[in-house]
Ligand binder design. Structure first.
Ligand code: AMP
Ligand code: ZN
Length: 111
């Protein structure tokens, strides 16, 4: 996706503060953190949101879920963390490349 912000970050065409990467995902710090720790777990493959999730993404999604507690521990979030996946404009999604937010390190507001 030529005009996708996160595809450009993954390709290294735009800067990011990466904390982890492997063959399937890139993890970097959110540019406008909503908590002391705010990471974005972003798959290298482009699909817009959970609305575009297909069976071919099953292994990737499982991989990302398993990574969440590992990344939280790496960031020192021993007391717990929050994960968010916004889907579509109605879900508050601003960047149409699927990603999982990890937040923690302070008192988070309730819902
Ligand atoms: P969402 O609203 O779920 O699509 O989340 C998009 C997130 O991307 C927001 O929390 C933004 O602060 C974050 N963001 C936007 N541009 C950048 C960027 N260049 N580097 C890192 N995070 C970004
Ligand atoms: Zn993309």
């Amino acid at each position: 996706m030529n005009d996708c912000l996160f595809c450009k970050i993954i390709a290294g065409k735009l800067p990011s503060d990466r904390v982890y990467e492997d063959e399937q995902v890139v993890v970097f710090k959110d540019i406008h953190p909503k908590a002391p720790v705010h990471l974005l777990v972003v798959p290298r493959v482009h699909f817009a949101s959970l609305n575009e999730l297909a069976p071919e993404h099953d292994a990737l999604m499982a991989h990302m879920l398993h990574l969440l507690p590992q990344l939280a521990r790496q960031q020192g979030l021993d007391n717990g963390f929050r994960t968010i996946i916004n889907t579509g404009p109605g879900g508050g999604q601003e960047v149409p490349h699927l990603h999982i937010h990890i937040l923690g390190g302070g008192r988070l507001p309730g819902f």
